[in-house]
Design a protein. Sequence first.
Length: 142
Amino acid sequence: MKQGRDYYRYFVSIETRWNDNDMYGHVNNAVYYQWFDTLVNRFLIEKTGLEPTTSAQIGLVVETGCSYFAPLAFPEQIEAGLVVTKIGNSSVRYQIGIFAQNAQAPAAQGHFVHVYVDRNSRRPKPMRPAIRAVLQAFAAQA
């Protein structure tokens, strides 16, 4: 189901780049996944203190998907919104909305699933309580 701007709990602004456009004159679908990654990792760095190169526990992407509703193109400022929709023992599912600046309806909407693992063994590990608390604070409101 397409969710409007009010559904999302955390936003970042991202500028489109010249090379984001494809030969059809709009942002290529692969770029949306880069935006997803940028949004989720900025959220984790800012809100949980994640250090991508040194933290003992990291999140690995195990699933992602996207639905497209309206085109975006360079030069356009976009706003990426995030909400946590499911928290498991070692996993979390984020829903992401990609919006044209100030738009209420998303141009695209997708999801991103992380499984938290030990950095060295790459085996799943229950997420740290501090991370879980932050995720719960950004969970979708019932």
